[in-house]
Design a protein around this ligand. Structure first.
Ligand code: APR
Length: 255
């Protein structure tokens, strides 16, 4: 009888084969990769959007009309992000980069955990919460300079905005262009912890697929991509699965 462990081991070996033969491998990560660092994702049962309606708290229009209210949600995120540490998935991804098997990570996350986990080549689609900017006078601050000041204010007196992309704001041009260029030439794309429902990040897998690249998906549950464009689906926690992939890649390298 073939056990689930055996099936998973076989899938891990398949993924390690793809990664070690691919000439250009990239990753697209979402909130699920940081869940094991204590940061809830958005759309799972206990996700952030089950507590805060994104239309009321996560659009640039809501921030402009009532920044103090939006900072109620931002403060909750800030408390979690500031105490979060990279988990096995972040560390495993930076190890793949060091081994030369991962060229770049495109992340939708704002928690800086890929960088603090050692990854060098990271494209941030939705910005980074470690800095705040004044929309009136342009001054910029590090978030930890203004920690426990809610809402944080600029020296000019205005409420500061975190350097993250709200709904209704554009993705940084450079991030878009570089990610589309990489996605079109990637021979393998590793999707980790994303429901792939938010555009334009969710167009990346289709670009790689159309150009003949292999789609590897790591998620604790199926998404709309799993039975459509995903080539290898690894169901479970990102931390465990990424660690097993790194071990399998190292075994191939040792042969
Ligand atoms: N391991 C693997 N997958 C996980 C884990 C885990 N430990 N925990 C959660 N997941 C999966 C969930 O099953 C879900 O499919 O991660 C995915 C998270 O999806 P979302 O909460 O929708 O997060 P994300 O895809 O990053 O959202 C994209 O939406 O709200 C905006 O700007 C926000 O960047 C965010 C964007």
């Amino acid at each position: 009888m073939v056990t689930t462990e055996k099936i998973m081991k076989n899938l891990i070996d398949q993924v390690a084969d793809i990664i070690t033969t691919s000439k250009l491998t990239i990753a697209l990560t979402g909130a699920g990769i940081s869940a094991e660092s204590g940061i809830p994702d958005f759309r799972s049962a206990e996700g952030l959007w089950s507590k805060f309606d994104p239309n009321e708290y996560a659009s640039i229009a809501s921030f402009m009309s009532d920044p103090e209210k939006v900072w109620l949600m931002l403060r909750e995120m800030d408390d979690l992000v500031s105490s979060a540490r990279p988990n096995k998935a972040h560390l495993g991804m930076s190890e793949l980069e060091k081994l030369g098997y991962l060229h770049c990570i495109i992340t939708q996350n704002i928690d800086n955990l890929h960088q603090s986990g050692g990854s060098k080549n990271v494209i941030e689609y939705h910005g980074n919460s470690s800095t705040l900017s004044c929309m009136w006078c342009g001054r910029r601050f590090r978030s930890d300079e203004k920690r426990n000041e809610y809402p944080p204010r600029c020296e000019c007196g205005r409420i500061l905005k975190p350097d993250v992309v709200f709904f209704g704001e554009a993705i940084p041009e450079k991030a878009l262009n570089k990610s589309f260029m990489l996605a079109s030439s990637a021979q393998a794309l590793i999707l980790i912890g994303t429901s792939a429902v938010v555009s334009p990040a969710n167009t990346i897998p289709g670009i790689t697929k159309r150009n003949g690249g292999k789609i590897i998906e790591i998620n604790k549950e199926k998404t709309h991509l799993t039975d459509s464009i995903t080539d290898v689906f690894l169901q479970g926690s990102a931390g465990n699965i990424v660690s097993e992939i790194v071990e399998a890649v190292k075994n191939i390298k040792r042969q």
